[in-house]
Design a protein around this ligand. Structure first.
Ligand code: 8YV
Length: 331
């Protein structure tokens, strides 16, 4: 007897090799247009599909989950962060949620390090001068940025990505500081020569560069609030490749406008894809570099993310616990 293939609904275009393999393995419905689905389109998909493969652009809240069909059993998120999904509501509804950890660690850490360098050394401003043909010629006092070596980097969130960033930053001669829910193992701290700060406020007041590398959860929403941002030193640089919601974007923008901090490198925003217009204006003037959420945007990473999604679906459909199952207690 041939067993029925699960109906897998994929909300966005994925790498060709992944889509092809999914078509071989499952009864897969692919996205032809790659446009983000509306809530009612998502709801319609969840009424038919056994498995949903969403991305960060799909908001799957309790109301959508409540209207999902009885057959819907698995949400295999194409992404590491699951803040787009109400995981507790999914579980109550008997739907398992999985993610794709580990395979975007190095790429995201690279992008974070790149943003640190870009902002500190004014790379976008320099590149713009060249593109626009405006180079007046070398000068001893023109386009000066700040040295990275010898500075203090405060990492908020010392998980996989935070640690990968720390390794890179250490090689650049930065001294590593971190704040995390839990202190990491002594051996990891020793290897990274990292200093732990239980108090985020105290750490912020002493850093030259602050990087946000924690997940977005209810506990980390506006972790860098207006009050906390005030602790930063006037030359401090803030970098965020995690989630926009972790920083109070309006408060950060006000501080940048007032010149109360040195600069910012942001790959994520509070209301993506909308970006606060004042931030865009600051980016045109330099010292602020904005990127369109591309921390994990490598061909290799996106294929490995897709492979994780397939493994999670296959394992689940074979009746086993999928390797990347998410439980509310993990968030
Ligand atoms: C992904 C990310 O591109 O995986 C994550 O958490 O932030 C991104 O790097 C995106 O989430 C894909 O859904």
């Amino acid at each position: 007897m041939v067993s029925k293939k699960p109906l897998v609904f994929v909300t966005r275009r994925l790498p060709d090799v992944i889509e092809t393999r999914m078509r071989e393995l499952f009864d897969t419905r692919l996205s032809a247009s790659d446009t983000p689905l509306t809530s009612s389109e998502l709801g319609a998909a969840m009424k038919q599909a056994d498995v949903l493969v969403p991305t960060v652009t799909d908001r799957i809240d309790a109301a959508l989950l409540a209207s999902a069909g009885e057959q819907m059993r698995l949400i295999a998120n194409f992404g590491n962060g699951v803040d787009n999904i109400d995981v507790a509501a999914a579980l109550r509804r008997g739907i398992t949620v999985t993610n794709t950890p580990g395979v975007l660690t190095e790429d995201t850490a690279d992008m974070t390090m790149a943003l640190i360098l870009v902002v500190a050394r004014r790379l976008v401003e320099g590149a713009k001068v060249m593109i626009e043909g405006d180079w007046p010629g070398w000068s001893p006092t023109w386009m000066l940025g700040h040295r990275i070596t010898g500075k203090r980097l405060g990492i908020i969130g010392m998980g996989r990505i935070g640690q990968a960033l720390a390794q890179r930053a250490k090689a650049f001669g930065l001294s590593i500081h971190y704040h995390n829910r839990r202190r990491v193992a002594a051996a990891v701290e020793a290897e990274l020569e990292a200093t732990y700060w239980e108090s985020l406020d105290q750490m912020l007041a002493r850093m030259d560069i602050v990087s946000v590398n924690c997940p977005h959860t209810p506990a980390t929403y506006h972790l860098l609030s207006a009050r906390r941002l005030k602790h930063l030193r006037p030359q401090a640089i803030v970098v965020n490749t995690a989630r926009g919601e972790i920083i109070d974007e309006n408060a950060l923008t006000r501080m940048l406008e007032a010149g109360d901090i040195g600069g910012a490198g942001l790959d994520v925003f509070e209301h993506e894809p909308a970006v606060q217009p004042k931030l865009l204006k600051l980016a045109r003037r330099g010292r602020v570099t904005l990127l369109p959420h591309m921390g994990s945007a490598t061909n290799e990473g996106r294929i490995e993310m897709g492979e994780k999604v397939i493994i999670n679906i296959r394992t689940f459909m074979d009746g086993h616990r999928p390797p990347n199952r998410i439980l509310p207690s993990m968030l």
